[in-house]
Design a protein around this ligand. Structure first.
Ligand SMILES: NC(=O)C1=CN([C@@H]2O[C@H](COP(=O)(O)OP(=O)(O)OC[C@H]3O[C@@H](n4cnc5c(N)ncnc54)[C@H](O)[C@@H]3O)[C@@H](O)[C@H]2O)C=CC1
Ligand SMILES: O=C(CO)COP(=O)(O)O
Length: 323
């Protein structure tokens, strides 16, 4: 039994390290040849997970066909690349989807994209409050593993659980995905509040009112409230809204400090999924008749349709209403 990981960014590399922790062989597919070489020759990924010595049980490859040797694939490519990457993967192997986002153009969640790209593959989702560098260092972490097939979910949970990495099972795949996708947009908003010096009251307000938005949108898409209130929803929202370790929060901080969205986005190698999810989420929410003023505000800032002052004024001028 060998697990494969598709995508050798920070999270894919951290998950490979987690799986290899007990000596299990792991095959990690990387897009960049220099990442393949650095992992195989120096047991490091300086591009995406610097400073973490990797297990020699991890082998990297640039050839997707090599993953045919695996009986489980963790899929960790950025959401907007997931469809084309999955199309090259071997068919019929269980897929554990670890990316957080909504596909532009289709409005589909990652499980829906995976069903289209790999119709013969069983699907599960892994999502929760999990900064990659902490997982790679073996720090205590809990996460939601969602799978409609309970027996498969249990097998996957047993396969990836480690003494300090605890998957909690759910059968609410959509709920787990919506939490992970929406929190990235809300983390940008909290970063803006930090960068603009709006204070911690504002941050707490954005987290709670943002959670109300996540819940409204999730329920409209068929998610369960308890999933949204769990690790993959509220848990991840709290984590990413609290720290510049979050790429989404840092992007927002740059916007709040007056940086231009276009420049902030062009100057990064790592992915800030919320920037891609925000316009898709806004359109999906409008189409479903769900009010998401914080997500709308993030979109306006990212597209430079409104200034920071205008966005703040608009949020503060919303009608007073019951909580
Ligand atoms: N970093 C973290 O702490 C966590 C990240 N995630 C999610 O994991 C997913 C991947 O994020 P990271 O590993 O952090 O990525 P990263 O930001 O560290 O690295 C960027 C990744 O994008 C890939 N990439 C760039 N251009 C590409 C293309 N044209 N086609 C295919 N792949 C391309 C790179 O090869 C690299 O794997 C995201 O959806 C993210 O939300 C989830 C939990 C934790
Ligand atoms: O999803 C994450 C932690 O759970 C990582 O957040 P960022 O992508 O904002 O860094």
């Amino acid at each position: 039994m060998k697990a494969g990981v598709i995508g050798a960014g920070a999270w894919g590399t951290a998950l490979a390290q987690l799986l290899a922790g007990d000596g299990q062989d792991v095959l990690l597919w990387a897009l960049e040849p220099e990442v393949v070489d650095a992992i195989n020759e120096a047991q490091q990924n300086p591009l995406y997970l610097p400073g973490i010595p990797l297990s020699p049980a991890i082998r990297a490859t640039g050839f997707m066909a090599d993953l045919a040797a695996c009986d489980l694939l963790l899929v960790v490519s950025p959401a907007q690349h997931l469809r084309k990457v999955l199309a090259q993967a071997p068919a019929g192997v269980p897929l554990l989807l670890c990316s957080k986002g909504i596909e532009a153009g289709t409005g589909l969640l990652m499980s829906e994209v995976a069903q289209e790209a790999q119709p013969a593959s069983p699907i599960a989702v892994l999502s929760g409050p999990t900064f990659a560098h902490e997982v790679a260092r073996g720090l205590p972490t809990a996460i939601t593993l969602a799978c409609e097939d309970k027996a498969l979910g249990q097998r996957l949970a047993a396969r990836i659980a480690r003494p300090s990495f605890r998957p909690y099972l759910s059968d609410d795949v959509i709920g787990a995905e919506i939490g992970g996708a929406v929190k990235n947009v809300l983390a940008i908003a909290c970063g803006v509040a930090e960068g603009a010096g709006l204070g911690l009251n504002a941050r707490a307000a954005l987290i709670s009112r943002g959670f109300a938005e996540m819940t409204r949108f999730g329920l409209a898409r068929g998610a369960r409230a308890e999933t949204l209130g769990g690790l993959s929803g509220l848990g991840d929202l709290v984590l990413t809204c609290s720290s510049t370790n979050s790429r989404n929060f840092s992007l927002g901080k740059g916007l709040g400090e007056g940086g231009s969205a276009a420049e902030l986005l062009s100057n990064r190698r790592t992915v800030a999924e919320g920037a891609h999810t925000a316009p898709v989420l806004r359109d999906a929410a409008r189409a479903a008749g769900v009010e998401m003023p914080v997500a709308e505000a993030v979109c306006a800032l990212l597209t430079e349709a409104a200034s920071l002052g205008q966005v703040i004024d608009a949020l503060l001028a919303r009608p007073l209403r019951p909580e």
